[in-house]
Structure formats: C-alpha cells, structure tokens
Design a protein around this ligand. Structure first.
Ligand SMILES: CC(C)(COP(=O)(O)OP(=O)(O)OC[C@H]1O[C@@H](n2cnc3c(N)ncnc32)[C@H](O)[C@@H]1OP(=O)(O)O)[C@@H](O)C(=O)NCCC(=O)NCCS
Length: 193
C-alpha cells in the first residue's frame, strides 16, 4: 500500500463531478456551518445528543476538525452555480490498515434529494480508492435516516452490522447501522456496464 504523504492527494484543491464540485474549505465557510449545524433537523439526523450544537461548539468543530489536519474535509458546491451546500469528510485515517470513516452533511435543506449527496459520496469514495489507495471506507448512520441509507447503498456501501438500540430519538430506541465499501467492491462496480 502506498502511504498517504502527498498533500495534494490528501487534501486536493478540488474534486470535480457532474453535479457538484468538492473544494477545500475556507475560513469564510464558518458562516454556513453556523447555519447548518444550528438546524434542529440536521442535528436530529446526525447527532447523538438531542438538539443542535451551540455557536461556540460549531466554531470549535470548524477550526479543530474541518480545518484541522486529522480530517480530510471538503466543501460541497453545486457545480453550475458554485453555491456552497454542505460538507463531507474522511476522519480516522488508518494508514496501517488502509481504512477511514466517511461523513457527509448537506446543510442546505432545499438541496436535499437532487442527487448532490450521492455524487459527493461517489467522488470521495473514488478519491479514497484511487489517490489515497485505501482498502476500506466505513460509516455509521442512524436507522431512521432512510435517505442517507439509500444514498450509501446507491454508492455501493453494504450494511456490515448494527449497534442495536444505540440511539434514542423521537421517543424510542433505534439502531446505529454500520456500513462499508471495500476497494475490491468499488473496482468491480467500475467494470459494471
Ligand atoms: C443524506 C444526504 C447526504 C443525502 O444526499 P441527497 O443529495 O439529499 O440525496 P440524493 O438526492 O443523492 O439521493 C437520495 C436518495 O434517497 C432516496 N430517498 C429520499 N428520501 C427517502 C425516503 N424517505 N425513503 C427511501 N428513500 C429515500 C431518494 O429517492 C434518492 O434515491 P434514488 O436516487 O434511488 O431515487 C443529505 O440528504 C444530507 O446531508 N442530509 C442531512 C444530514 C444527514 O443525514 N447526513 C448523513 C448522516 S449519516
């Protein structure tokens, strides 16, 4: 396995798709993060804790994680308009085992359901298995987040397990679903007609 040492590979300037462009985050994107992560519906779909992050927590998350060196975080822009609609990232890059954890949030609600999340996920997974030469991309998603699960399935992720009753939301317990895609599965998908 080739180690990930090349800065351009780890954090490219841009990754171009048909619908979206993934770009490096800039300091001014903090304003959008403040809006996305204070949305109760985004919090419901993404957080273990009830309710959204505070403004201070969002700022810390943005500078420590999103702009930090442990995350490969990319801003999601609509290609046609360059509108900033969300963020996606790899965390927990494990070079010894060639694996990482994927995260995605389209924070602009009116941008849900237009195919942007699927394409951003496809672009990041392709980046992981080509430029980063990883072996495995994993993620977790709450059982009730059917749009996200469908998106990941469309991109080739398979359910590999569930943490039963791990999240209490809307008055009941739900499973946290663990999904992953391996390089060999991704390569097989590239050969499909
Ligand atoms: C999850 C997310 C990334 C998906 O991106 P998106 O651009 O909205 O999704 P897409 O349009 O690419 O694809 C959504 C798919 O889910 C399907 N879908 C939407 N609502 C659905 C529902 N209630 N039940 C089943 N499928 C559903 C759509 O039909 C589409 O599948 P299709 O192309 O086969 O028709 C985005 O909605 C998001 O960021 N949501 C808020 C935060 C979040 O949930 N993040 C993930 C945390 S694990």
């Amino acid at each position: 396995m080739t180690p990930v040492t090349d800065r351009e590979a780890w954090r490219p300037e841009a990754i171009l798709g048909g619908l979206v462009v993934l770009r490096r985050h800039r300091n001014e994107n903090l304003r959008a993060f403040q809006s996305w992560y204070s949305d109760p519906e985004v919090a419901r779909l993404t957080r273990y804790q009830p309710g959204p992050l505070s403004a201070e927590e969002i700022q810390r998350f943005f500078y420590d994680r999103i702009m930090g060196s442990d995350f490969l975080a990319m801003a999601i822009h609509v290609r046609e308009s360059n509108r900033l609609i969300g963020t996606c990232a790899f965390s927990q890059l494990d070079g010894d085992n060639g694996s990482t954890l994927f995260h995605i949030t389209i924070g602009e609600r009116d941008a849900w359901g237009h195919g942007y999340g699927s394409e951003a996920t496809e672009l990041m997974v392709a980046h992981a298995f080509t430029r980063l030469t990883l072996h495995r991309v994993a993620l977790t998603v709450f059982e009730f987040n059917v749009r996200a699960i469908r998106t990941y399935e469309k991109c080739g992720f398979a359910v590999e397990g569930r943490a039963r009753g791990a999240i209490f939301r809307d008055g009941r317990f739900w499973d946290e679903i663990h999904m992953s895609i391996l390089a060999s599965e991704w390569e097989a998908r590239q050969k499909e007609p």
